[in-house]
Design a protein around this ligand. Structure first.
Ligand code: NAD
Length: 519
């Protein structure tokens, strides 16, 4: 039983010097159902974003260690892919139960390593848990098709079979949810797995793997390595890995998609975003303003589905002063402090990048009507805090519009008509999410039909589909064919085999071989 494995220190090396009796814990690898110490010579310090104290050290696994993880997955595939689907389903039933009983433990780890508030961290776990719950329907999800008697004594049927060893590479912003989009879906289909969680907060993933072992998952089915670019390139190049799931930034996603595809692998790559919320003057004001504030500043804006750009149409622009008042009421503090609305951003580098974007945009003509740049949080003076910030007078050529800010910054554009808003959204390269706020059904219907974005909310600011559907970001936010989770996730992690069979009671009486196609 883990729960204490990731907090035990066992020494680390810095520039070839080994410190054996450090009190700073190290993050383990997970190979063959064991938490294993890395003997790497390169380690990454992981800091609590609220204090910048070192929480743990994460190894950059060596080539030999990463190969060991793939070998474990390869060895387990033979028996796991033949394990009955009912057995795989039963493990998922147990797994969802264990995760549900440990939500608080997982949330505490997420807050410590990633910074988000405890309540929001539980939401992170819950959205991943829902994917695990959905995998319990694998007996339906993995059904094939059958057409009986399409010719005399002949049938065709298709079956969905696992691919082999698959791999996942995850970002920092959802340390529980995104790993849970990946290995449970792959494993329940009969694949084995190597996951490389974000080096910035792997703790939740390690806890989840320990819980998977407790649920009865056999050794070698899911394994975990750590690292950065070298680990990613190892995954893209290893010939035993058949498919890669990636979630993260554009630069990494494009690289992984290209390198993995070139090596003949199936790749699904979810990347960056710029999500617009369109506010029509007939919208319900109270609801809309609250939704906007929550979706722009929740998780300190570090969500790929954050509503980071608001487009106010016509008279709705008069609501902006009230939006500012509501945003001012948000409490910025460490994620574990009661009542916190906005926690720190992930790192000092990320904070500086956000401040630079704000500064540059002001120089380009944006007006900073709520300025969270100089905030200090008593007791957490060294934390990476940025308060809610609102920029108006923004145009589409400004830095704050062109870049994904990934911080608590709401960018506001003003237009006269919904058509102009749709035009702006459809010209933006990203297609992850968007939302419209209106009380008019015809207006909403027109928006849904004309906007070129993969996930659309109508009076719903963050329209992330539950796992009976799939996460369908589009255009610049996604590379690949099959999306994450839902039926598409099952398609991604399986290949179709189609069987055409003829069973006759007696041998055919034809005396010659048929050499032409049947007509
Ligand atoms: P990131 O790309 O920096 O890191 C993601 C993973 O890729 C990590 O495991 C990291 O080790 C690896 N990596 C980082 N840089 C790399 C490079 N140059 N080459 C190869 N591998 C590299 O992303 P992040 O900062 O952890 O996460 C934030 C980003 O993820 C945002 O852009 C956000 O929009 C995006 N995101 C997208 C979705 C989605 O579903 N579309 C969901 C969550 C986050």
């Amino acid at each position: 039983m883990l729960r204490n494995l990731v907090v035990k220190g066992s020494g680390w090396q810095v520039q070839g010097v080994r410190f054996r009796h450090s009190t700073i814990p190290t993050t383990k690898m997970f190979i063959n159902n064991e938490m294993v110490d890395s003997s790497s010579s390169e380690w990454i310090d992981l800091h609590n974003p609220a204090t910048n104290e070192v929480v743990t050290r994460v190894p950059k696994c060596s080539q030999a260690e990463m190969e060991q993880a793939v070998e474990a997955a390869k060895a387990a595939f033979g028996s796991w892919s033949k394990t009955s689907i009912l057995t795989r389903q039963q493990i998922m039933f147990k797994y969802q139960h264990i995760i549900r009983n440990n939500m608080k433990l997982l949330a505490e780890n997420i807050t410590k390593e990633q910074g988000k508030t405890l309540v929001d961290a539980e939401g992170d776990v819950l959205r991943g848990l829902q994917v695990v719950e959905h995998t319990c329907s694998i007996t339906n999800l993995q059904l094939g098709e059958h057409l009986s008697g399409f010719a005399k004594d002949m049938d065709t049927y298709s079956i969905r079979q696992p691919l082999g060893v698959c791999a996942g590479i995850t970002p920092f912003n959802f340390p529980a949810m995104i790993p849970l989009w990946m290995f449970p879906v792959a494993a329940v289909c009969g694949n084995t797995y190597v996951i490389k969680p974000s080096e910035r907060d792997p703790g939740a993933c390690m806890l989840l793997l320990d819980m998977l072992k407790e649920a009865g998952m056999p050794a070698g089915v899911v394994n975990c390595i750590h690292g950065t670019h070298d680990a990613v390139n190892f995954i893209c190049d290893n010939p035993d890995i058949k498919a890669i799931s990636f979630v993260g930034s554009d630069i990494a996603g494009k690289h992984i998609y290209e390198r993995g595809s070139k090596n003949g692998k199936r790749v699904q790559s979810n990347m960056g975003a710029k999500n617009h919320g369109v506010i029509i003057p007939d919208a319900s004001k109270e609801n809309t303003l609250n939704q906007l504030v929550g979706a722009a500043f929740g998780a300190a804006g570090q969500r790929c589905m954050a509503l980071s750009t608001a487009i106010f149409v016509g008279n709705a622009n008069n609501w902006i002063p009230e939006l500012i008042e509501r945003s001012k009421q948000l409490k910025v503090n460490a994620g574990h402090e009661p009542g916190t609305d906005v926690g720190p951003v992930i790192s000092p580098q990320s904070k500086n990048r956000i401040l630079d974007i704000i500064e540059k945009s002001i120089k380009e003509g944006a007006k900073c009507i709520l300025d969270g740049r100089n905030i200090t949080v008593p007791g957490y003076e060294r934390g990476n805090f940025v308060g809610p910030t609102i920029l108006t007078n923004v145009t589409t050529d400004m830095t704050c519009y062109k870049e994904e800010v990934f911080g608590p910054v709401l960018v506001i554009l003003s237009v006269d008509t919904m058509d102009e808003a749709i035009n702006i959204i459809n010209r933006n390269p990203y297609g992850n999410g968007t939302a419209i706020f209106t009380t008019n059904g015809a207006t909403a219907r027109k928006f849904v039909s004309e906007v070129d974005v993969g996930q659309v909310g109508v009076n719903v600011p963050i329209p992330v589909p539950l796992p009976m559907f799939s996460f369908t970001g589009s255009r610049g936010s996604f590379l690949g064919d099959a999306n994450f989770y839902g039926k598409q996730g099952i398609n991604f992690y399986t290949q179709i085999k189609t069987v055409t069979q003829m069973w006759r009671e007696q041998d055919a009486t034809d005396t010659r071989a048929a050499v032409s196609m049947p007509v």
